[in-house]
Structure formats: C-alpha cells, structure tokens
Design a protein around this ligand. Sequence first.
Ligand code: DC
Length: 217
Amino acid sequence: MDKILTIDGPSASGKGSLTRAIAIALNFKVLDSGLLYRAYAYFYEKGVTTDHISKKIQGLSFRFNSGDVQVFDDVKEITSLLRSENTAKAASALSSQKETRKNLLDIQRSFYNGNGLVADGRDMGTVVFPNARLKIFLTASSEVRAKRRHIELQNRGQEVNMRDLIEDIEERDLRDRTRTLSPLIPAEDSIVIDSSSLSLDEVLSFTKKLAKKEFDK
Ligand code: DC
C-alpha cells in the first residue's frame, strides 16, 4: 500500500482546505488534481493542441506558499485564471473526455515519490491511486457548497450571483457523477464524510485521527 491519503469529492466540499491543512499536519506533499484539469482547459482554450498540452503542463511550476498552491507558466502567475469559474466550466467539460484523462494520468502519478502525498480530486482513490492507504470521500449539500464557493470567490475579488452558483454546482455535479469515465463516486474502501454541518476543524481533527492510525503503524 502506498503512503498516500486520497481526498475525493464534489467541488466546494472543503477538499482543498482539508488537503492543505492535513498535508501540513502530516508533512506530506500535495497533489491538487483539479488544478491540472484546469491547466489542461487553460491551454486548450489558448489553442494548444491536445498532444502538446501534457508537455505544457509538465513545464508549469507549482509553488506551495503558506499552504496555498501558486501556478506559474514561465514567469507569469496563472493561479487566478485557473481558479476562475470559466476555467472550471471548461475543465469540467474536457474532463469527461478519455484523451484528457489519459493525458493527465501519468502526470498525476508522478507527484508520488514514495514519501507522503495527499491527493485531492474526484478519482484519486478509484483510478489514480487505487493502492492509497487511506481514502476519504468528502461531501456536503449543494447549498452549503455554493455558500462556501461564494465566500471563496468574494475573497478573490470575484462577484457571482448565489442562484447561478447553485445551478452551476448542481450542473457540474451531475456531469461529474454521470460521466462514463472515472465518475465521481466514493471508492469502495473509502470513508465518507458529510461536512454540511461540520466545521473544517472538526473534519480535520477526525481525519488526523484516521491518518494517525493508518500512517503511524
Ligand atoms: O476540483 P476542481 O473544481 O478544481 O476541478 C475542476 C474540474 O476538473 C471539475 O469539474 C472536475 C474535473 N476533475 C476531474 O474530473 N478529476 C479530478 N481528479 C479532478 C478534477
């Protein structure tokens, strides 16, 4: 079994915050796979052909700064472009294509070098790292997730209407759950946590207990 903690779940379920906090606590590396799908969409929208996108993504630099990931394309920081709702939509559409998932598979696996890794995504426990030692599936109601996303976007200076946000989230969920390839479903051996009425601290302390049991053996 690999020294990996996978955290899968729908968008805005709190996966990102949990991933960063638990990675710091365990001193593990982070793979934010959604960011790779977003980078794929970013290059695709810029007109880069799909057989060149992997190379472009491998050329990006991912910097971890006080728990957050910053992405640079050469000297240009593209983090906020990747985090925008437009890129999220394009990434969601592209992520249902076989070619996209195949192109990103090895790039995602290359983040694991034998030392601890926290991998955040939709299919980390089912497809990318089936041998991960601990698998979590984090979920929350669409209203709670829309509220969290609203606050997150406001903090980034982006104003989005709540009703549009709920609609977008539900539409994206449906697409992610019903796609044929790597649908968003909990791995059989995962622990499902519904965070609708839990704070990040509560989810974090529960995850820490599970991780301690699993990784301190
Ligand atoms: O987690 P996120 O919102 O940054 O992900 C952006 C899109 O990428 C999302 O719509 C689904 C897709 N994605 C995926 O299909 N598989 C992953 N492992 C991660 C993200």
